[in-house]
Design a protein around this ligand. Structure first.
Ligand code: ATP
Length: 366
C-alpha cells in the first residue's frame, strides 16, 4: 500500500462516557467494513472522517489529502471534504424527481474534481435506476431509494464514500435485491468506501478490508480473508470461526449442477442451483464447524471436497471440548477447522502435520 494511495487515521473523539481512539491504515480503494456491536463507535468513527465530530483530534489523510492534523491546527471543514455520505434512510428531496435529485449531486461536484467523474448515465446504469428518473422518491421502494442516494453521493465526485448501515432499514428481500448493485459498485469504483454494518453476512460478502471495533478501539484490522482466518480473532464478532475464499469457476457440469471453483492452492466442487459460466468470480465462506480432518484421502464418502492441507496453528476453542486449527491449503489460502480435543489426540494432530480436510458445507456469497 503506497502512502499516497491510502487512508491514514489516528483519531480520538472523547464524549462523556465514551471515547473513540483508533489508529488505522486502510486501502485507498475497495470496501473497508467497520464492524462491531451497537455502541462500539462505528458511526462516531464515520462522523469523524466526515468532519462532523467537533471533538475529533489527531490525524486523517485520504489518498494524499490531509483533512485533519491537530498538531498543525489543520482541520478541513465538512463542506470542503470531498466525500459522499449514505445513511440508513435515504435522505432524498421529496419535491424533486429522481433525475433532479441526481442533478443536485452533480452540482455539488467541484469545478476540477480530483477523481475521474462518473456521469448520470454511467451511474444509473451501474445502479439499475435508469427507469426511475421521472419518479418522485416517495413512489420508490426502500432499495430503489438507497440506490438513488448512492448515485447522488457519487455524482459529487467524492474522494471517499462513507456508508452507514445503508441496508439496515430494508427487509430481507430488498437487501437481497440491492447487494448485487453494491458488489458492482465495489468493483467499478476507484475510490475507497468505508461501510458500517453490524451484519456479518453483509460484511463477509462485500468487504475487501475488515476493521473490528470494540468499545471505541480497533480489535483487529486487515484484509478480509487473512483477518477472518485468524484463530485469535476476539470472540463475539462472528457466530463461528470461518474463512472466505475468492475463487473462479473453471468448469460447470450442467447435468449434476456441479461447478468447479479454482482458488490459489486448490479447487472446490460445489452444487449450484443454476448453470455457472466459467470465468465467473465467486466468494465462498467455509465455517470451521463444517470442516473435518482425516489422515488418509477419504474413500466412500458423500463429501465432495477433500483437500490436502497442512496444519499450521492450533488454539483452544471457546468451549473446552474443542480446538481450532488453521490449515494451509497451499499458496497462502487458509482454512479453519473446529474439531474435538478427543479427535485431535486420537489422530495426533499438531502443527506441521499433513491432513485431508473434508469440507462438508460451502456457502457461496456472490
Ligand atoms: N455526541 C455524543 N455525546 C455523548 N455520547 C455520544 C455522542 N455520540 C455518540 N455517543 C456515544 O458513543 C457510543 C458509540 O456510538 P456510535 O453511534 O458511534 O456507535 P455504533 O457502533 O455506530 O452503534 P450502532 O450500531 O448502535 O449505530 C455510544 O455509547 C453513544 O451513546
Amino acid at each position: 500500500m503506497s502512502a499516497a494511495a491510502s487512508i491514514h487515521a489516528r483519531i480520538r473523539v472523547a464524549h462523556p462516557g465514551f471515547t473513540l481512539d483508533v489508529d488505522l491504515a486502510l486501502p485507498g480503494r475497495g470496501v473497508t467494513a467497520l464492524f462491531g456491536h451497537s455502541g462500539s463507535g462505528k458511526t462516531t468513527c464515520l462522523r469523524a472522517f466526515a468532519g462532523l465530530e467537533p471533538a475529533a483530534s489527531g490525524f486523517l489523510s485520504v489518498n494524499g489529502e490531509t483533512w485533519l492534523d491537530s498538531g498543525r491546527r489543520h482541520r478541513v471543514p465538512v463542506h470542503r471534504r470531498a466525500l459522499g455520505y449514505v445513511f440508513q434512510e435515504a435522505s432524498l428531496f421529496p419535491h424533486l424527481s429522481v433525475y433532479q435529485n441526481l442533478e443536485y449531486g452533480r452540482r455539488r461536484r467541484p469545478p476540477a474534481p480530483a477523481a475521474p467523474s462518473a456521469d448520470i448515465a454511467d451511474l444509473t446504469g451501474l445502479l439499475g435506476i435508469g427507469h426511475l428518473l421521472d419518479r418522485r422518491p416517495q413512489t420508490l421502494s426502500g432499495g430503489e431509494r438507497q440506490r438513488v442516494a448512492i448515485a447522488r453521493a457519487l455524482l459529487a465526485s467524492p474522494r471517499l464514500l462513507l456508508m452507514d448501515e445503508p441496508l439496515a432499514a430494508l427487509d430481507h428481500a430488498r437487501k437481497a435485491e440491492i447487494l448485487p448493485y453494491l458488489e458492482r459498485l465495489r468493483d467499478a469504483l476507484d475510490i475507497p468506501v468505508i461501510y458500517v454494518s453490524h451484519s456479518p453476512d453483509e460484511v463477509i460478502r462485500l468487504a475487501d478490508h475488515l476493521v473490528l471495533l470494540s468499545g471505541g478501539r480497533v480489535a483487529a484490522s486487515g484484509p478480509l480473508a487473512s483477518t477472518l482466518a485468524r484463530l485469535d480473532l476476539p470472540p463475539g464478532f462472528f457466530d463461528d470461526a470461518s474463512v472466505v475464499i475468492d475463487g473462479t469457476v473453471v468448469a460447470h457440469d450442467p447435468d449434476y449442477h456441479f461447478s468447479t471453483v479454482a482458488f490459489p492452492g486448490g479447487e472446490l466442487r460445489i452444487t449450484r442451483p443454476s448453470p455457472d459460466v466459467p470465468g465467473r468470480a465467486l466468494r465462498i465462506r467455509i465455517k470451521a464447524g463444517d470442516v473435518s480432518l482425516a489422515l488418509q484421502p477419504p474413500d466412500g464418502t458423500t463429501i465432495a471436497n477433500s483437500l490436502p492441507a497442512r496444519i499450521v496453528e492450533q488454539i483452544p476453542a471457546a468451549d473446552p471440548g474443542h480446538v481450532l486449527l488453521s490449515l494451509d491449503l497451499g499458496a497462502g489460502t487458509r482454512l479453519s477447522a473446529r474439531i474435538t480435543r478427543h479427535s485431535r489426540d486420537r489422530l495426533g494432530l499438531a502443527p506441521g502435520r499433513q491432513v485431508w480436510a473434508q469440507v462438508k458445507a460451502v456457502a457461496v456469497l456472490v
